[in-house]
Write a new protein. Structure first.
Length: 118
């Protein structure tokens, strides 16, 4: 399953690795290992970031992709499932829309209680 791996790098140890001239080689090794379909580096909320499209076959593959970033950079990693236009067409949205539009809308009162609007 294609997933978007978003990585946020804290200033350290990234800054120290830049200063020592090692960061490029380390990132190259990680990319060689995880083999992303695509990789981009950018700023995210004022910090260094990376965005990678990876093929996650099972949930047990997640550490394979995340641990290099965790262990080397103390980074934050987030995974999001991706759908292609073809995947979205296979999702059965028409049937889901029909099924769930038959349900009454839900109302949340000021106390946080849920009531169906009839």
């Amino acid at each position: 399953m294609k997933m978007l791996l978003s990585v946020e790098f804290p200033p350290e140890p990234f800054n120290s690795l830049v200063r020592s001239g090692k960061v490029g080689e380390i990132i190259g090794r990680i990319l060689e290992s995880i083999k992303p379909e695509t990789a981009y580096f950018s700023e995210k909320d004022g910090k260094r970031g990376g965005i990678f499209v990876v093929d996650v076959k099972t949930s047990s593959d997640v550490p394979f992709f995340a641990e290099p970033f965790f262990l080397i950079f103390q980074a934050t990693c987030k995974f999001r499932i991706l759908m292609s236009p073809e995947d979205l067409q296979k999702a059965g949205l028409d049937q889901l829309g029909k099924k769930w539009s038959e349900e009454p809308p839900i109302n949340i009162d000021e106390k946080g209680s849920l009531d169906a609007i009839v």
